[in-house]
Write a protein of this length. Structure first.
Length: 250
């Protein structure tokens, strides 16, 4: 009887051990499935987050003239240089000594040639004296400085591309805070003694000279300089890189 009892006990123990082994395998398999499912869910979540960031970046990079103009306008002024008016914009970081600005040389040429150095920056009912610090006649650029502190616009680090959308801010015919939009038509390399120039189709008029040409990232790509005579949709700008190389204020 004792032998039979021991045998029966061994059988029961073996069956239980087998069942425990099977159960352990099932639990391990379940754990593997859970881990695999979690990894798959995490991969999907990472993919969704990456797509969301891409969409946010695309939305942020969308060309919005209203937003661009709102960011640029506080940095743009009408320049009064003797009997002539044009545009100018603050650039770079302001310092304890004031703010640097760019405009075209031909805007301040009369004052400069007379040996004077004082011009005025105007916006609505405000007027700020400024000094002509230095000029680059060949590239039609002048550096101004005022003791007032204004937010400087940032120069675009790269070259423009045809088709790139832009906003031009300035004071055509003395009408300050004017904004027009268009695209870069072409980049004209320096040739035959003529300096490099950005061609664009945004409407400009006398008085826009010296104003910033701004891209979708709210960076200055050029300084509006001239409008082709007897033609529509052909404006020219000095590349901001040319100005930044000539004057260490960007």
């Amino acid at each position: 009887m004792a032998v039979l009892a021991i045998g029966a006990l061994l059988v029961v123990t073996g069956v239980q051990a087998y069942q425990i082994h099977r159960l352990t395998d099932r639990l391990a398999d379940t754990d593997r499935r859970l881990i695999a499912g979690q990894e798959d869910s995490q991969a999907r979540l990472d993919g969704l987050e990456a797509r969301a960031k891409t969409l946010e970046s695309e939305v942020g990079a969308a060309f919005d003239p209203e937003v661009i103009a709102a960011a640029a306008l506080p940095s743009v002024f009408r320049v009064r240089a003797g009997r002539f008016t044009g545009s100018a914009f603050a650039v770079g970081e302001s310092t304890a000594g004031g703010t640097n600005l760019f405009t075209n040389f031909h805007v301040v040429e009369g004052v400069w040639d007379d040996g004077d150095r004082e011009v005025f920056l105007e916006r609505t009912d405000q007027r700020f004296p400024a000094t002509i610090v230095e000029v680059d006649k060949d590239n039609d650029i002048a550096q101004l400085r005022t003791t007032g502190k204004f937010t400087g616009l940032t120069a675009a680090p790269g070259a423009v591309k045809p088709g790139q959308q832009i906003v031009v801010v300035g004071a055509p015919l003395g009408l300050e805070d004017s904004v027009t939009t268009g695209v870069v038509s072409a980049f004209r390399e320096a040739k035959g003694g003529d300096p490099a120039a950005i061609q664009f189709d945004a409407p400009i008029n006398p008085g826009n000279s010296g104003g910033p040409v701004v891209n979708g990232e709210r960076q200055v790509v050029g300084i509006a300089t001239a409008k082709a005579r007897d033609a529509e949709g052909i404006g020219l700008a000095v590349p901001i890189g040319t100005a930044c190389e000539a004057f260490d204020i960007c």
